[in-house]
Design a protein around this ligand. Structure first.
Ligand code: ADE
Ligand code: ZN
Length: 340
């Protein structure tokens, strides 16, 4: 391992953009299918992994939604969440905010209670057993209707105090943020933090809608914003965090090589960027691999890496005292590792 890679692996960090349904390792996918009496199209983990070749977002989403079918019982939701949070503990991810999109499951008869109790049980156990802090982000699907999103919001009301925020994912082009103005207004009225995937495959105009019409707390991805200088200025002036996912962008053909990735330009323009994994097994890496590969490809400096780690805590949906505590852990780490 290079010194720089070791510095990144041991650096305290947060992850703010990953999808629990997208975190199922191939072997676990096969075990869950077997436990639930299902037969998948693949017999081995290697065969499944070799299916992870995508030409665009929709191509990926087709496989991702197919994979969702193996999650049926409360224990399934517990197991995938606990596995991801164990990986966080191993990777020095001290705080994680995890999306799950309940509509994929409730439409097949899985109860919202089984999903929430499974995920939140793992959140509690990870904090107690591993000291990893985490928050749950409920993600609505943008290809469904706004009425569907409202129904989802009502269904999670009993867990309001255990939900860190509400987000939105799914096929972006053709489903602009403006389709969900009333929904996001209601999320805010109920006191939820909000984010939306924007500017991943869609244009800068979608990022602008997310800021101006939805007034979200974070933008997930945001890459397309760079093509609009006045939007860049808006994002910078308002310090709106972008949860950027380099390996996801590479594997979904948003960029043809990581050397072309916009992260360096985002940092140079003073944007509030963070680095995240999105759907780690599908895209070939957890947050550390994203940081290591993008650092190498863009020749980012040590200060850039420290800024990204600090940003991950500054942009988290946690209180100011916790942010200050995490930031001082980074300062301490940097002081002790001056030689890297
Ligand atoms: N759901 C999981 N990953 C996603 C992505 N990269 N874009 C939109 N929706 C998603
Ligand atoms: Zn995502």
């Amino acid at each position: 391992m290079t010194d720089r890679a070791q510095f990144i692996r041991q650096l305290p960090k947060a992850e703010l953009h990953m999808h629990l349904e997208g975190s199922i390792e191939p072997q676990m996918m096969l075990s869950l299918a077997e436990r639930n009496g299902m037969t998948l199209r693949w017999q081995t983990a290697d065969a499944l992994r070799s299916a992870y070749e995508f030409s665009n977002l929709q191509d990926f989403l087709n496989l991702y939604f197919e994979g969702c079918k193996v999650l049926v019982q409360q224990q399934d939701f517990y197991d995938i969440t606990r596995a991801y949070l164990r990986r966080c503990a191993a990777d020095n991810v001290l705080h994680a905010e995890m999306f799950i999109g309940p509509q994929s499951f409730t439409e097949r008869g899985v109860t919202i209670r089984a999903l929430m109790d499974g995920v939140l049980g793992a959140v509690d156990d990870a904090r107690r057993e591993d000291g990893v802090s985490s928050g749950l982000l409920i993600s609505a699907h943008r290809h469904r209707t706004e009425a569907d999103a409202f129904a989802l919001l009502d269904s999670i009301a009993p867990w309001q105090d255990r939900v860190a925020g509400v987000g939105m994912g799914g096929p972006e082009v053709g489903n602009p943020p403006s389709k969900f103005v009333n929904f996001f207004a209601e999320c805010k009225r109920r006191g939820f933090k909000t984010s939306i995937h924007a500017g991943e495959e869609g244009p800068a105009a979608y990022v602008r809608e997310a800021v101006e019409l939805l007034d979200v707390d974070r933008i997930d991805h945001g890459n397309a914003a760079l093509s609009d200088p006045s939007l860049v200025e808006l994002l910078r002036a308002r310090a709106i965090p972008l949860t950027v996912c380099p390996l996801s962008n590479l594997r979904l053909k948003g960029v043809s090589s990581l050397t072309e990735h916009p992260l360096r330009e985002m940092l140079q323009k003073g944007l509030f960027a963070t680095v995240n994994s999105d759907d780690p097994p599908y895209f070939g890496g957890y947050v550390n691999e994203n940081l290591i590969e993008v650092q190498r490809s863009l020749d980012l400096g040590r200060d850039d890496i420290v800024t990204l780690a600090k940003n991950s805590f500054r942009a988290a949906f946690i209180d100011e005292a916790d942010k200050a505590r995490y930031l001082s852990l980074i300062d301490q780490y940097v002081k002790q590792n001056a030689h890297f």
